[in-house]
Write a protein that binds this ligand. Structure first.
Ligand code: SAH
Length: 565
């Protein structure tokens, strides 16, 4: 697993220079600045506490340029579980102190050393084992797995109490450590992939050098564990499960890999299993066939990301209207994991900034089907692809185009892609929320664009919806190439609604320079509207009343007909 890029969180402009220096250590790290206070940060946040807690819960390493006490107090409610926390550091805003706070097992001391060396100061390391031995024994490098954390802690306390230790097996990263080594020692650090319960005096570390491959159509997935046991191998040494491309969509396989805590990778599984397993590994290993599966044991730990390929993923996401707080967390996480981001340039830019390793494919807004096909081509190669829309992807946006492209395709690789549609706050809902609740009763959503449907059908729907006394939300109300349509639409609505009907115009809602205007159907003219505007037209029951701040609240009551008592 590639460890996540840290978030550098700053509260004021005075920290920006230090933050930029720290950013040099971590490609992909973004600087999060307090909105209204910090200009030029990569991302803006509104509330420090909520932001820090969210990052922590998403397992993002945090480098906060502020007092250690603030960070501790902010995260205090979340600190119950140790062992599954990201690294958290406080750094003085002038770069004069680097204090690792949390995440000893998440490599916080390693980060503290890296940052301190960039800032040319000494890190404030307080972990005894780390100070004494120069490394955290309980946090072996990637490619190795510690067996039992609790037992490990006891083992390290014994070492700290002065006991010597022997190393059995290959642990190249311990060559630099200052361990009191003695071949006769009672305590041993043992690094190998053999199965069996560790002895009390042992710290077991497993190299992840084992791969289990399953032939196409293998249904007995429980056999993975049995085969490892039979081969005398510890399940902790499993680096990944390798399955046949043709089994990519089988849920049982994904569940098995998840329950073993390893990635599931795929290869073209034709002919002899030992042969295709060996090709997918691309390095020497001893391979043993066991019925419909085979086990490979390599000399060195294996990087599962280099074995076969993953199941591709395609997520069609909605950014919401614009403001970062209105983006759902699942979308944020999806953008973070993406290899490729596709979409209309404005939206791709809105979804960024991106890491240098993330490829941006910006296209014209009109090439929807072509973009959808391109997305499937990339995802079918095993990449993690995101297609961005503003608002919700299912509302006059990319989700339907992506599904249409898939429906039309007979390409099995496209159909095997893990396709996800992640919702967003649509412009009508974001606008309505700012005005109050104009869509509080039944309403109808229409696009006034006749690019993809005949104008006659728009007129018919408008007429019927207006007649049915539904509140109306108009997307794509007007554009340079469609100048007269909105005027005609309003004429149709006016046949069924009074001139006093409340109207809400939201422009660039959730974006810089947003405006919200409450008017009436009688006063509305097309020149008050442009393509960045959402038009909400009330029903016969929609009301308006003054807000204490001088504005107006608009709502449509929940009831219809006679008011319930
Ligand atoms: N998928 C989008 C809608 C795309 S259609 C969504 O769910 O919001 C584009 C139209 O949406 C624009 O012409 C405009 O009418 C409306 N729109 C999109 N973003 C908006 C915003 N931030 N403020 C007001 N209207 C917006």
């Amino acid at each position: 697993m590639i460890s996540k890029a840290p978030a550098i969180v700053i509260l004021g402009p005075g920290s920006l220079a230090t933050a930029r220096r720290i950013q040099q250590c971590y490609p992909g790290a973004l600087i999060h600045g307090l909105a209204g206070r910090v200009e030029g940060a990569d991302r803006q946040y509104l509330e420090f506490g909520a932001t820090l807690r969210e990052l922590y819960q998403q397992d993002t390493p945090i480098i906060a340029l502020c007092a250690a006490g603030i960070v501790i107090r902010t995260l205090a409610p979340l600190l119950l579980e140790k062992g599954v926390e990201p690294a958290v550091l406080a750094v003085a805003e002038d770069g004069s102190a680097v204090v690792p706070l949390l995440g000893g097992l998440g490599g916080v001391n390693v980060m503290a050393r890296e940052i301190a060396s960039t800032l040319q100061v000494a890190p404030a390391i307080t972990t005894s084992g780390e100070l004494r031995f120069g490394t955290c024994l309980l946090n072996p490098p990637s490619g190795y797995r510690l067996d039992d954390l609790e037992q490990g802690k006891r083992f390290v306390s014994d070492l700290l109490a002065g006991e010597p230790v022997r190393i059995e097996g290959a642990a190249p990263w311990l060559d630099q450590a200052h361990l009191p080594q003695d071949q006769q020692a009672r305590l041993a650090i043992r690094i190998d992939s053999a199965a069996g319960v560790p002895a009390v005096d042992e710290l077991r570390i497993y190299p992840r050098n084992v791969v289990v491959a399953l032939n196409a159509g293998t249904t007995d997935i429980a056999a993975i564990g049995d085969a490892l046991t039979q081969a005398g191998l510890a399940v902790q040494s499993l680096a990944c499960v390798l399955a046949a491309d043709s089994d990519m969509t089988r849920p049982a396989l994904h569940e098995a890999a998840a329950s073993l805590g390893v990635p599931l990778r795929f290869a073209c599984a034709g002919g002899d299993i030992a042969q295709w397993l060996s090709e997918a590994l691309g390095q020497p290993a001893s391979i043993r066939r066991m019925g419909s599966l085979a086990i490979a044991v390599a000399e060195q730990p294996l990087d599962p990301h280099r074995i076969g390929r993953p199941r591709g993923r395609l997520a069609v996401i909605g950014l919401g209207p614009g403001a970062a707080e209105l983006m759902v967390p699942a979308v944020r996480a999806e953008l973070d994991r993406a290899n490729d981001v596709l979409g209309y340039e404005t939206y791709v830019r809105m979804a960024g900034p991106f890491r240098p390793d993330q490829v941006q494919h910006c296209t014209d807004n009109r090439e929807e089907l072509q973009r959808a096909r391109h997305a499937f081509e990339l995802a079918a190669q095993g990449r993690s692809v995101v297609v961005v829309s503003s608002g919700d992807p299912g509302v006059f946006a990319m989700a339907a185009a992506v599904l249409e492209a898939l429906h039309e395709s007979t390409n099995a690789h496209w159909h095997a892609v893990d396709l996800q549609i992640l919702p967003g706050v649509s412009a009508s809902l974001a606008t309505a929320a700012q005005a109050g609740a104009p869509l509080g009763h039944d309403f109808c959503v229409l696009s006034l664009s006749d690019n993809l449907k005949p104008w006659s059908i728009i007129e018919k729907r408008l007429d019927l919806a207006a007649q049915a006394d539904l509140a109306l939300a108009f997307y794509n109300p007007i554009s340079r190439s469609r100048p007269w349509q909105l005027g005609r639409a309003l004429e149709i609505v006016a046949q069924h609604r009074t001139a006093q009907t409340p109207v809400v115009l939201g422009r660039d809602i959730g974006r810089p320079g947003q405006t919200l205007r409450v008017t009436t159907l009688g006063q509305l003219t097309p020149d008050q509207v442009d393509m960045r505007t959402m038009v909400l037209i009330g029903s016969s029951t929609t009301c308006v009343f003054p807000r204490a701040d001088g504005g107006q609240w608009v709502y449509t009551p929940r009831w219809y007909g006679s008011k319930p008592l």
